[in-house]
Design a protein around this ligand. Structure first.
Ligand code: ADP
Length: 352
């Protein structure tokens, strides 16, 4: 019969696939018990949306099962999301562990679609999630999340209560403006409006706050990016060369501002005909993937063109919830998992 210490010893040979350290020194093993031939191992992940959950379970089972007297191995998964490291010169937001921005260099590439599906997928995996719509050109997150109310005062003094849809807490620039009156946003105005939404919303405790940034590299965008303590950016592009040429400017902007890019998503990547299954690459192919390679940035995956994205977005239910098993639903889910994993990796403080 192995002792608990012997089981712990074999677990210290199990590598966490992303952090490349063993799960015991990473302090992920929270409990071990052994009774009547059954071993129970409690493993704490760095995010409930871990894409490598199944792989970790497999590795634990493979390590423990050969020990003498072991008849079965059961792995219990829990999670605790770590906070991103303090960003120098930027005030952290109380209760919010990680602010993740979604960005595109130009409009219409699916940035808000990615932001809503990312937030909904993370929340569906069990994370506590907020979504802040800071797109000055078209704050349409409330529509895409199916909320039509206006935020009310919170019980906390001087705070607004966010709206809640699909387990996501939502605040939008659209709530502060009149939809029918065009507004010209200048840098300082954007700065104060976004600071107000960030810091005067009663977010509670959040693992992730997803921020839908305005597209482009203008003054308003720069002011906004500089004023938010970002864990990193999800960069949305289409596979097409024009979009990619713009992307280079955006990548350079984030590098200059010292904001990490968590990865590039290639949206509107190929359309599969529902009748004959032929894939047509309407906006060309693999551009985002190649760009990620050229710039040494992680590739977060390709999202196909699918009319369900449009109908579910317009209907206020993100496609990752409306059609979770469809190829596009699965692609958004994988995207969310890799974003969460890359946030964990960037929060990881190496063990000396
Ligand atoms: P952005 O925020 O970049 O301006 P949106 O997210 O508003 O772009 O998307 C623009 C339009 O493209 C919306 O009508 C949206 O439903 C549609 N769209 C986005 N991604 C896809 C996709 N993968 N397949 C089909 N339509 C999409």
């Amino acid at each position: 019969m192995p002792s608990i210490e012997e089981i712990r010893k074999v677990l210290s040979t199990v590598q966490e696939p992303e952090l490349h350290k063993d799960i015991v020194s990473l302090n992920m093993v929270k409990g071990i018990s052994f009774e009547n031939g059954k071993v129970d191992v409690a493993v704490e992940l760095t995010t409930p949306a871990c894409p490598l959950k199944d792989e970790i379970v497999r590795r634990v089972e493979e390590a423990v099962a050969p020990l003498p007297g072991v008849k079965s191995v059961h792995v219990e998964m829990t999670s605790r999301v770590a906070s991103s490291r303090a960003v120098s010169g930027k005030l952290p937001i109380e209760g919010i562990k990680n602010v993740v921005a979604v960005y595109a260099c130009k409009g219409g590439v699916g940035k808000s679609t990615v932001a809503t599906n990312l937030a909904a997928a993370l929340a569906a995996e069990g994370a506590s999630v907020g979504l802040l719509d800071a797109d000055i050109y078209g704050p349409n997150i409330p529509l895409m999340m199916g909320t039509h109310d206006r935020p009310q005062a919170s019980e906390k003094p001087d705070k607004m209560a966010p709206l809640l849809a699909h387990k996501v807490k939502i605040m939008s620039l659209g709530f502060l403006t009149d939809a029918n009156t065009p507004m010209i946003w200048r840098g300082p105005m954007v700065h104060s409006a976004v600071q107000q939404m960030l810091r005067e919303t009663d977010w509670g405790e959040l693992d992730y706050l997803v921020v839908d940034l305005p597209p482009g590299t203008g003054d308003a965008q720069l002011t906004l990016i500089q004023s938010v303590p970002l864990a990193g950016v999800v960069f949305v592009t289409t596979p097409q060369a024009v979009s990619l040429a713009d992307s280079v400017k955006g990548i350079q902007m984030f590098r200059k501002l010292d904001v990490p890019i968590l990865g590039i998503v290639e949206n509107m990547s190929g359309f599969q005909c529902p009748h004959c299954n032929t894939v047509t690459n309407i906006f060309s192919k693999d551009g985002g993937k190649e760009e990620a390679k050229d710039f040494g940035i992680p590739f977060l995956g390709a999202i196909p063109i699918d009319p369900q994205v449009v109908s579910s977005g317009d209907g206020g239910i993100p496609v990752v919830l409306q059609a979770p098993q469809s190829p596009v639903g699965q692609a958004f889910r994988r995207l969310a998992e890799w974003v969460a994993a890359n946030v964990s990796v960037s929060n990881f403080v190496p063990i000396p």
